[in-house]
Design a protein around this ligand. Structure first.
Ligand SMILES: [Zn+2]
Length: 304
């Protein structure tokens, strides 16, 4: 069986940008509401907020951030260590937390972040039943290139630290850009908070400014959004092709729990004259890029 990839079409990595950066924030620290979110909004930068469902102050305000196009992710119910989890509480810590956060935000919850970056098999299994992606370790691969096949339930991130200077973060961003990769920031506190590893406010703003300067090259998007795009890309690139009367019909299956509305950018080779998608002929943009809806699970290429 032929595969749909290279010959006929290619999916543009990172939504058509050169690289991707996701800003993720942990533990629902109020400084995120008071400082991080307003500063991000000013610059139209979106991110992911991993909330502890059972330990959340200012719930009304958190509930509203989904409306600002920010992502809310699951950071468990009470932030227990992995060794404290057992058959009696693991459902509560993962599934129930997902439900609580869904109710709070009015959003489905697709992303999980392991408390204390501790991953055990039972925990991972529970997470797989609720989310499409999880943020895990902080060592090893920190820059994901499109050709890699990642462990979707252990995506690594880089933690911000009080003593790091701006150059450190600039280098993270530049490395992602230079290698066409995706990197994930794990941010805790910012000055004005007594939570873990507060970073100076001017450095945080500096990171936002630097990202904004590079926004035509970097896809700055929530963790779950980048994950969904990349996961959809992998699925569509290995999809079944049915060859029939000068047509190639490409079908794929959307996994359970997958977020709706994922759009993929593709380019086709010059033997394809038309794409039919949802029974309509679709047109490319000025860069010859077609936009495909992953939800539709099918597209047809007509050969010249
Ligand atoms: Zn945490």
């Amino acid at each position: 069986m032929a595969h749909a990839n290279e010959n006929l079409f290619s999916v543009l990595p990172w939504n058509g940008y050169k690289a991707a950066v996701s800003l993720t924030f942990d533990d629902g620290d109020p400084i995120h509401l008071d400082l991080a979110i307003p500063e991000m909004q000013k610059r139209k930068i979106r991110g992911t907020f991993f909330l502890i469902a059972g330990n959340l102050t200012r719930q009304d305000e958190w509930g509203k951030i989904a409306g600002l196009n920010m992502e809310i992710g699951n950071h468990s119910m009470t932030h227990k260590h992995a060794y404290e989890l057992n058959d009696d509480n693991i459902y509560e810590e993962v599934d129930k937390a997902n439900e609580v956060l869904k109710k709070l935000s009015g959003q489905n919850i697709f992303s999980f972040a392991y408390p204390f970056v501790e991953i055990t098999e039972p925990l991972r299994k529970r997470v797989e039943k609720n989310c499409i992606i999880a943020r895990g370790g902080t060592t090893g691969v920190l820059y994901y290139t499109p050709d890699m096949t990642p462990d979707w339930y252990d995506i690594h991130s880089q933690a911000t630290m009080t003593h790091y200077d701006f150059e450190t973060y600039k280098e993270w961003i530049d490395t992602a850009l230079d290698s066409g990769a995706w990197t994930v920031f794990m941010i805790h506190a910012i000055d004005g908070s007594d939570w873990w590893q507060p970073i100076p406010k001017n450095i945080f703003i500096g990171v936002l400014e630097y990202l904004k300067e590079n926004q035509d090259k970097i896809w700055i998007a929530p963790f779950g959004e980048v994950s969904a795009y990349w996961k959809a890309q992998k699925i569509i690139e290995s999809a079944k092709i049915i060859k029939k009367e000068g047509k190639y019909i490409i079908k794929w299956k959307k996994p359970e729990l997958f977020p709706p509305g994922v759009l993929l950018k593709i380019k086709v080779n010059d033997k394809v004259s038309k794409i039919i998608h949802a029974e309509k002929i679709i047109q490319p943009d000025s860069q010859s890029v077609f936009t495909i809806s992953f939800d539709l699970s099918e597209m047809t290429f007509i050969k010249n």
